[in-house]
Design a protein around this ligand. Structure first.
Ligand code: DX5
Ligand code: ZN
Length: 224
């Protein structure tokens, strides 16, 4: 099952509800919200108030990607704003098990994220408790960056570990996913596709989302 999670970072914030509606009409099944704090990543974006407004504008689950230091401090706020999925970076969490459990205690799906330089092995002790693993295919901080092919093997490895150990997590990819890269990420094992620029960059988000999903589904049919 392939899910498309458009990242609103690339959208026109003055028309956010309309942009999300167009992407939803094109088949999006999650909305990806990039939260940046200017410390963990060199950029500032949005926080719980925007999630709260967005909650009124869509029925789709809100997938909040926290690129922030000390996420424990903000998890209750995102849960109150009614985030559905919350992911935190392995690199930002000193007590990763505690943070993931905190997300679950707030009745959200818990995800863990790894940067391009972080190996899958660093997640070995938490894979059993996470709902999803997000593999960054760019260094986080900005939209519209170039896809890093060296991250593909991590998606495959996560799929292999899941099959071998009988775990349930889903595999998400984020960064540089577009018409030129979507087939390879799906073939590598990604099931939840984050796409910012490819959906909201130019043209109609509905048409863009449809094209991406079609390419993803056909790559998944041709998987061996
Ligand atoms: C990068 C963010 C991504 C980004 C994706 O730090 O986590 O979600 O917005 O944008 P594209 O698809 O344009 O690479
Ligand atoms: Zn993201």
């Amino acid at each position: 099952m392939i899910d498309l999670a458009p990242s609103i970072l690339a959208s026109d914030f003055a028309h956010l509800a309309d942009q999300v509606e167009r992407a939803t009409a094109g088949g999006a099944s999650l909305i990806h919200v990039d939260v940046m704090d200017g410390h963990f990543v060199p950029n500032l974006t949005i926080g719980p108030p925007v999630v709260k407004s967005l909650r009124q504008a869509t029925r789709l689950p809100l997938d909040c990607h926290l690129m922030i230091e000390n996420p424990d401090q903000y998890i209750p706020d995102f849960s109150d704003a009614v985030a559905d999925w919350i992911s935190v970076h392995q690199e930002a969490c000193r007590h990763l098990n505690r943070t993931l459990n905190l997300i679950k205690q707030h009745n959200c799906r818990a995800g863990v994220v790894i940067n391009p330089a972080t190996p899958v092995e660093t997640l070995s002790e938490v894979l059993e408790i996470v709902d999803y693993v997000l593999v960054m295919s760019v260094n986080p901080g900005f939209g519209a960056q170039k896809f890093i092919p060296a991250t593909l093997h991590k998606m495959t490895k996560l799929a292999e570990i899941r099959a071998a150990r009988g775990y349930q997590y889903r595999i998400e990819v984020d960064g540089g996913v577009g018409m030129d890269t979507v087939a390879e990420v799906v073939r590598a094992g990604a099931e939840i596709l984050v796409a910012g620029n490819a959906v909201f960059g130019k043209g109609d988000p509905k048409v863009n989302a449809e094209a991406l999903l079609e390419a993803a589904r056909s790559a998944s049919l041709h998987q061996v």
